[in-house]
Design a protein around this ligand. Structure first.
Ligand code: ACM
Length: 761
């Protein structure tokens, strides 16, 4: 049965207040440009684009790509005008930086000034955003409108990259082209393709046809099983049927790109000012190849090693013959100056006690297996240089000694000083720290803002070090991203935040950015992008009331209506609309979701309200400020596994902090004492952690955020009487850098960090 606001009698458990009034802010949505241009001066009036709008570009100019885009825009108009305005492309302003442009839109003319092909192209990207959704309507429109404006603009970083792992799950050329279009709209200029990994080899190598004939196809693996299990509730996790083939009579998953297809993709990208950067990840992550050519590994068998797969053996000449043959074809195929060698997560222990390795280490004076890895990387870099290429490697290339000429791609946020060390050695750096830049990280209420907070010039870099930052990049690893729909959900709108970090020299404040994202959503809808809605906020999924409570929701996208149910069914467009607040006086479960203007549903939030009597405070005397802190440098999978025999440090902390200078890669902590409730009422605790955490209050689990995961926030409410309440926060870090943050919202609605004034022991 559906519930609506007029059927109160059927649902006596709720007292509903359907308050009028809108939360929407008035916004001028004519100038929602992302990334934010350097200067943008709005002006009155608009330029009208018609089928016969004249485009004037110098003959044989570098502006062909921009002109082609403009022609496709006028081609989108069905009407002609008697006297149309003109679009003029010109060079001229020598002060314009590389990639910069001036865009001047007046009633009768659009003038694009730039000295480079890409600058003019970016001006057109801006123009497209100024037109917005109508440009992407599925049918021609009479005319398109551009609001008058004066824009000067130039990129902050020369490297504005997006990465896609096409090995774990495969994405075809048609979809890569779609991604390129979208990257171009947001002024990205590098598309890093992770072409090989343990789970599949995706690029034709003529010398080793088996790499794709067999290595591109697999039986379903455990990552596929995870996806298929998730697909039961969310069809976006299903593996697309188009990526299955009968190989030797068996149905297998996979796919690969022929060299001809890649040539086509490269020109498609070039026409949009984007360069494809190939990565052939070695010596680790090579199982797709070593399963077919096991002699490439030290044990001659390949397979899974201790932590990662068996790597190539750096001590056999046959390895270099193979690697050089592969990179000879890659270097000839890809015109990019840079080639990515990978070199991350290598199971170097596989090289211990191998006679060839012992001999090589002795001959070359290599002290350990890190130096052995550097030997491999340096030798491959020399080979790439011989092909006129520059090498990029993940930040592990620093470990055994980095060459002077390598470019380091930083990903391990937890190795905090890696950028500083690389910069001190004079190496160029591309910043892709996982904490901010990994779009495979599951999303929550904070994830978009997290990207926007990314400061690529932080990370202990000196002024001189900052000059070595070539740029930034997002990475999307696809172990659990099998479909285009799921990929779009993971990268939109986060790639919009990344584009602003990459491009804008003076990024706007978060609110301003968030507003522009909201304004662009109709355009994303018109482009049929499966973006993730920004989260509804201001409530806890685990809510309580003592007498009555108000469920209020802060909706960042005012144009999207919220619908809800109270009978356990999923909300539909036909479910009642949530208007500002609902008064709750009986236990109830709400399922609520925002719906966009095309009727698509966003995340479903299940909000449970339980009745509670306020917990009595604990009678304690002579308390001191602070919490008792314990540190356990041991790897656990869940906080309930924490074992007192692993206890190594005990201290007193004033708040939720981890006072250990250099924590182990894996560890757990406990903060224990009392929380002082200053007033009687309902408190909401918000616990954000990477990895797991559990908050216990008055001896019971209040927030359960346990397990291994990226930074995720969970919250719960509790009714407390004024006074001291026992408090225990357990936390574990499973490797890869940690986050631990606890906030509280007091009964008056004020939210902030739980801090020293709240804690006693
Ligand atoms: C990586 O995420 N292994 C570079």
């Amino acid at each position: 049965m559906k519930f609506n606001l007029f059927s109160l009698a059927a649902f006596p458990i709720l007292l509903l207040l359907n308050l009028t009034g809108s939360q929407s802010q008035t916004v001028n949505n004519s100038y929602a440009v992302i990334p934010q241009p350097t200067t943008l001066k709005p002006a009155a009036g608009k330029f009208l684009l018609y089928k016969n709008t004249v485009i004037i570009s110098p003959a044989n100019s570098v502006f062909n790509a921009a002109t082609a885009e403009l022609k496709s825009m006028t081609g989108h108009c069905s009407a002609t005008a008697k006297t149309t305005g003109k679009i003029i492309l010109k060079t001229g302003n020598s002060a314009l930086p590389k990639g910069g442009y001036i865009l001047s839109v007046k009633n009768g003319s659009v003038i694009i000034t730039s000295n480079t092909a890409e600058g003019a192209f970016y001006a057109v990207s801006t123009l497209k955003q100024l037109i917005g959704a109508p440009l992407y309507a599925g049918h021609p429109l009479n005319t398109l409108h551009v609001p008058c404006v004066e824009i000067t603009d130039a990129p902050r970083f020369e490297w504005r990259g997006m990465h896609l792992d096409v090995s774990r799950h495969f994405f075809d050329i048609a979809y890569l082209e779609k991604m390129i279009d979208r990257m171009a709209l947001y002024k990205f200029n590098k598309f890093h393709l992770h072409l090989t990994d343990d789970q599949g080899w995706r690029i034709e190598i003529k010398k080793y046809p088996e790499l794709t004939a067999q290595g591109a196809w697999r039986m379903l693996n455990h990552q596929d099983s995870t996806c298929l299990a998730l697909a039961k509730d969310n069809p976006d996790y299903a593996l697309p049927e188009k990526h299955f083939r009968m190989i030797d009579g068996i149905k297998k998953y996979g796919g690969f790109y022929t060299q001809e297809e890649i040539k086509g993709l490269i020109s498609y990208a070039q026409a949009r000012s984007i360069e494809i950067i190939p990565e052939i990840d070695m010596p680790g992550h090579m199982m797709a190849a070593t399963a077919l050519l096991p002699w490439l590994t030290s044990n001659g068998k390949g397979g899974q090693g201790k932590g990662f797969s068996e790597p190539l053996c750096p001590c056999k000449e046959t390895t270099y013959t193979f690697a050089e043959n592969v990179f000879t074809e890659i270097a000839a195929l890809f015109p990019s100056q840079y080639i990515h060698l990978g070199a991350d997560e290598v199971e170097k222990s596989s090289w211990k006690n191998v006679p060839e390795c012992e001999a090589l280490m002795k001959k070359e004076g290599l002290k350990n297996i890190n130096e052995l890895q550097s030997y491999f990387v340096h030798r491959m870099e020399r080979f790439l240089i011989s092909k006129n290429k520059k090498m990029i490697g993940w930040d592990e290339i620093l470990d055994g000694g980095i060459s002077k000429t390598a470019t380091m791609m930083y990903w391990r946020t937890w190795v905090k000083d890696a950028p500083k060390h690389a910069a001190e050695k004079g190496n160029e750096i591309i910043m892709a720290p996982g904490e901010y830049c990994y779009f495979d990280a599951q999303q929550d209420v904070n994830s978009l803002q997290k990207v926007y907070q990314f400061d690529p010039l932080g990370f202990q870099l000196s002024k001189a070090g900052q000059k070595l930052i070539k740029g930034v990049q997002s990475c999307t690893w696809t172990e659990t991203i099998p479909s285009e729909q799921r990929l779009e959900y993971m990268i939109f709108p986060r790639m919009m935040a990344m584009s602003e970090i990459a491009w804008s020299s003076t990024p706007a404040d978060w609110k301003n950015f968030e507003n522009r994202v909201v304004m662009q959503l109709p355009m994303l809808d018109a482009m049929h992008i499966n973006y993730r809605f920004m989260d509804l906020k201001g409530f806890s999924l685990n809510s309580v009331f003592t007498d009555t409570a108000s469920l209020r929701i802060s909706n960042p996208i005012p144009a999207f209506k919220i619908h809800y149910t109270t009978n356990g069914s999923l909300p539909l467009l036909s479910s009642p609309v949530f208007n500002e607040r609902i008064q709750v006086s009986r236990p109830v479960q709400f399922k609520l979701a925002a719906f966009n203007t095309t009727g698509k549903r966003g995340e479903v939030y299940t909000v449970n309200y339980k009745k509670q009597t306020s917990a009595e405070p604990t009678k304690v005397k002579d308390l001191q400020k602070g919490l008792n802190f314990s540190y356990y440098p041991h790897g656990y999978k869940a906080v309930k596994e924490i074992n007192e025999k692993d206890l190594e440090v005990q201290k007193v902390t004033s708040a939720i902090e981890i006072p250990i200078e250099k924590t182990a890669d894996q560890f757990a902590t406990r903060h224990k004492g009392y929380f002082y409730a200053e007033q009687t009422g309902v408190y909401t605790f918000f616990l954000r952690s990477d990895d797991g955490s559990v908050l216990k209050m008055d001896g019971n689990v209040l927030v359960d955020n346990d397990g291994m995961h990226f930074a995720t926030e969970k919250s719960a409410q509790i009714a407390l009487k004024k006074g001291y309440h026992t408090f225990e926060l357990l936390f574990l870090e499973g490797g890869g850098g940690y986050t631990l943050k606890l906030e509280v919202q007091d009964p008056s609605g004020k939210r902030g960090d739980v801090n020293a004034k709240d804690f006693y022991r």
